[in-house]
Design a protein around this ligand. Structure first.
Ligand code: NAI
Length: 237
């Protein structure tokens, strides 16, 4: 799973490890992963850290292949890592558009393609791509991010149709407003404006997202594919 060093990704790693899986957690550097690994190991789980820039397609594909080869199988892929480079349409540079598409959308394509071979061989697979309500509703200032997250939905549904007969499911989990480093940098007025639009009247936690992904990747989630599971306190309905 990608983006395991902090925030939502850390919670997903801890959750999947608690379900008895060996978790291979990926982030740009090993620094943050050390803490995550220590916490998972202390709780009796198994975790391996991998440093990889998922924006580098060749490195990402090689890393996924090596993980599958080392363990002789690959059961679950969670594409969680993501970035924002927000700005209004009129002022958004090509570079900021391309970077967000590369890291948030293309990386998921590359990882899914690399994971599909070992999953097909094992006739089992659970793919979860972490989207966003921005990809469903749009969001002013996030043309690049919303395009990438909406792209994940079409891609995931296509993968679900292609690989379903091989025992592989593919779903999107779309978080709403979750308290992490990504949202900590937003101005206070953005948060104040968001809260009244959330029927459950609280921001989400990484654990809220990890619970949905834990279920989808467990045996109990095995008959769910091609879906967008929105975990947002009711914000986007
Ligand atoms: P975060 O910024 O706290 O963590 C992002 C993770 O992705 C980190 O582990 C980072 O190392 C990794 N990462 C970023 N770029 C990378 C790269 N090029 N190569 C390797 N790793 C890279 O983000 P957060 O909030 O935990 O978000 C996780 C996912 O949830 C993202 O896909 C984000 O778009 C999505 N999301 C978050 C929401 C929120 O409110 N926090 C709302 C909706 C979606």
């Amino acid at each position: 799973m990608t983006g395991a060093s902090r925030g939502i990704g850390r919670a997903i790693a801890e959750r999947i490890a608690s379900q008895g899986r060996i978790v291979v957690g990926v982030a740009r550097s090993l620094d943050g992963l050390k803490d995550v690994g220590a916490a998972i190991t202390a709780a009796g789980g198994r975790f391996e850290a991998q440093a990889c820039d998922i924006g580098d397609s060749t490195a990402l594909a090689q890393m996924v292949e090596q993980v599958a080869e080392k363990h002789g199988r690959l059961d679950i892929l969670v594409n969680n890592a993501g970035i924002t480079k927000d700005g209004l349409l009129m002022r958004m540079s090509d570079a900021d558009f391309d970077d967000v598409i590369r890291v948030n959308l293309k990386s998921a394509f590359v990882a899914c393609r690399a994971a599909s071979r070992p999953m097909m061989k094992g006739r089992f697979g659970r793919i979860v791509n972490v989207g966003s309500v921005s990809g469903l509703m749009g969001n002013a200032g996030q043309v690049n991010y919303a395009a990438a997250k909406a792209g994940l939905v079409g891609m995931t549904k296509s993968i679900a149709r292609e690989l379903g007969s091989k025992g592989i499911t593919a779903n999107v989990v779309a978080p709403g407003f979750i308290e992490t480093d990504m949202t900590a940098v937003l101005p206070p007025q953005v948060k104040e404006q968001a809260l009244p639009n959330i029927p459950l009247k609280r921001f989400g936690t990484p654990t809220d997202i990890a619970a949905a992904i834990g279920w989808l990747t467990s045996d109990e989630g095995g008959y769910v594919t091609g879906q967008v599971i929105v975990v947002d306190g009711g914000m986007a309905m």
